[in-house]
Design a protein around this ligand. Structure first.
Ligand code: ARG
Length: 263
């Protein structure tokens, strides 16, 4: 009897050990389009703190990019499973294949393109200054001022190029950079122009206004390098939701205008 129990224990452990190794193998295995298609499900990462592109409404992940990705994946005949990953961890974790693609407002840069591939852009935008009404609202006015940005973003990279800043403060997520500006811990904030517009509409009493645009960028979904079939499928899905009007409906819903790139 005892022997049987021990054997049962042993096989149970074997089961645990082998499922651990399956999990580990699964985590590092690159998912090609055929594997994704067979699984019926696309695993997609976003951040959930970039209003109104990807954010939480109570417990629910939503926003322009969340709904857009859901439409693209549905167009491809698959279901979607979300992963919430902090923005500054997304480039590294995609290379470890923890998800099939990320949609979190990544602007194209040559540097990022060394690590990941970019799909066709799903919106065109720019980095913009925001400050209190009497604060620094132009690049020139930022001399000797403290600027807040989200860490790992193109706003951070571009703010570093502005000559004569007193200090560049980085925040884990964009709402913290906005809060720091409201609390006057910084003199200005640089973020996405659509995000600033929407955030200021929602916080009309903040005293913060939008200023000069600092740079322009094209925003895309990012995926693991050299995954051509998946790239083609994502671009096909995106083109389809643009063609069938879903894209424009979402853009109107969130921005009351078409934020697509005019090529
Ligand atoms: N567009 C900017 C960039 O490419 C910021 C993106 C931040 N995205 C986010 N989900 N917080 O760096």
């Amino acid at each position: 009897m005892r022997c049987i129990t021990q054997f049962a224990q042993f096989t149970k452990w074997l089961g645990v050990i082998s499922s651990i190794s399956v999990l580990t193998v699964g985590a590092v295995e690159a998912r090609d389009w055929s594997v994704i298609k067979d699984s019926g499900k696309m695993v997609v990462a976003t951040e959930g703190a970039f209003y109104p592109f990807n954010f939480f409404e109570g417990p629910k992940l939503t926003g322009f990019e969340v709904e857009l990705a859901e439409a693209v994946v549905k167009q491809l005949g698959l279901t979607l499973e979300w992963r919430v990953v902090s923005f500054d961890a997304q480039l590294a974790s995609i290379r470890q294949d923890r998800f099939d693609f990320a949609i979190a407002s990544h602007g194209y840069t040559e540097d990022r393109a060394k690590a990941v591939d970019f799909a066709n852009p799903h919106y065109c935008t720019g980095g913009q200054i925001a400050a209190q009404k009497d604060g620094p609202l132009t690049i020139a006015a930022l001399k000797d001022k403290t600027v807040g940005v989200q860490i790992g973003t193109s706003y951070m990279d571009n703010a570093k190029k502005i000559p004569g800043l007193k200090e560049l403060k980085t925040y884990k997520a964009d709402p913290e950079a906005f809060s720091a500006l409201k609390a006057k811990k910084t003199d200005a904030w640089i973020s996405d122009k659509w995000l600033i517009k929407s955030t200021l509409e929602k916080n009309a009493d903040s005293g913060v206004v939008a200023g000069e645009q600092v740079f322009v960028e094209k925003v895309s979904m990012i995926l693991r390098k050299n995954n051509k079939e998946l790239m083609d499928q994502l671009n096909r899905g995106l083109a389809e939701v643009i063609k069938n009007g879903t894209y424009q409906a979402l853009s109107q819903k969130y921005f009351k205008t078409d934020i697509g790139c005019r090529s």
